[in-house]
Design a protein around this ligand. Sequence first.
Ligand code: NAP
Length: 458
Amino acid sequence: MAIATINPATGKVERSFDAHDEREVDRRIAEVHSAFRALSDTSFAERAGWMKSAADALETDVDQAARLLTLEMGKTITQARAEVLKSAKTMRFYAEHAEEFLSGRALPDPAEVDASAAYTRYEPMGVVLAVMPWNYPIWQVVRFAAPALMAGNAGLLKHASNVPQAALYLDTLFEKGGFPAGSFRSLLIPASGVERVARDPRVVAMTLTGSEPAGRSLAAIAGSEVKHVVLELGGSDPFIVTPSADLDRAVATAVAARTTNNGQACINAKRFIVYADVYDAFLERFTAAMAGLVMGDPMSEETEIGPLATESGRSEIEELVEDARSKGATITTGGTTPQGPGWFYPPTVITDVTPAMRLYAEEAFGPVAAVYRVADRDEALAVANSTTFGLSSAVWTQDPEDEQFFIERLQAGAVFVNGMSISYPQLPFGGVKDSGVGRELSAEGIREFCNLKSVWRG
Ligand code: NAP
């Protein structure tokens, strides 16, 4: 894929970039590697000060950064601003909590291990490579970089090829706050250039947020190099509506859960699993609310749905919908690509989806909701878990017994009860099954890229 900013609302190439050649890639790896040594001599307090200053810089840039996100990948300007502010908040969160999260622990009774003292300590690993997607161009990177840098690691970013200006903005952000030059660097390289960087001996660990094939490919490299890897991959999250649900809130939340980020979030709810008792009422209201969303120019404050980020992404959505339609699914709203420039696709609701349709098993990365009718909680659970993914999940119920039933049995990295899946810096984030390996955010996220060293004194 060419490294370029192409406005998804118009299809126009705004700016193209030459990829870094091998010499420049080597120079950048060397720079980050030497910055890691400088970072190793710094304290939590110093790094916290730099991280807070970088958060201030990001907040000051909020309008400019938000416009850049909307230009490069088409999210609405209101959601772009929210992304930037959430990123700054998370930088402050790690500035304030990194030391506590990495404080290690002492054995209360060291004699048990024949020692006078025994304890653990977390140490930074070194240079970590982050391969990141375009859907949250700043947030995805910050949720890796803020904990990694606060732990004392240095970061190399290979961002998605369609968000090069976001990559270049992030290239200087942490330095602006005061981090040693080279603590964080972007590489403008295509996906085919990742393997060489991942195998470089100066790179000790890696993380990838993106699609399952990309994750499998990087994990294979990490395996053959015996390097630590964290994977945050796709999702096809269930959103279960039981008869005791507050239907008004469930419908309004279902619309937001499916269409946030123009339907291109890993934790968008993608499959709506509704008990027969409330199915008709839910479907009617959900269809009307999805149909009523304002689609248009993502730079406009009134727009609720912008274009999909790439032309190929829209083609994939069109193919998924056509496949379902041709095999007998019912489309209650949307389902037709609008005429005109840009990669728009309308909010779409589909029922009568069967396992023979691609939509049943594949992730729909666009504003397309599949609604399933189920008889009871056993069937709801079976449909919810009948996927290779396991990122997050949501269940709507007022019944404590139902709540516990789903919390215990949903195969997912998170369960949200009477709400939609959202990532918070305070809560671990990650998936099971094909949705990934490892966790980001919270204490668990910062510990992923640390050496947990045991110390024993005789
Ligand atoms: P993608 O094609 O996998 O791209 C993600 C990143 O990986 C890009 O930087 C891409 O570079 C790179 N890449 C692609 N193929 C690669 C390979 N074989 N080896 C190494 N790097 C490779 O993903 P996408 O389609 O842009 O993003 C959407 C996917 O990301 C969805 O499945 C979504 O659910 C998932 N996602 C998951 C999370 C999570 O936290 N679990 C969060 C956000 C998104 P190029 O751009 O140069 O191809």
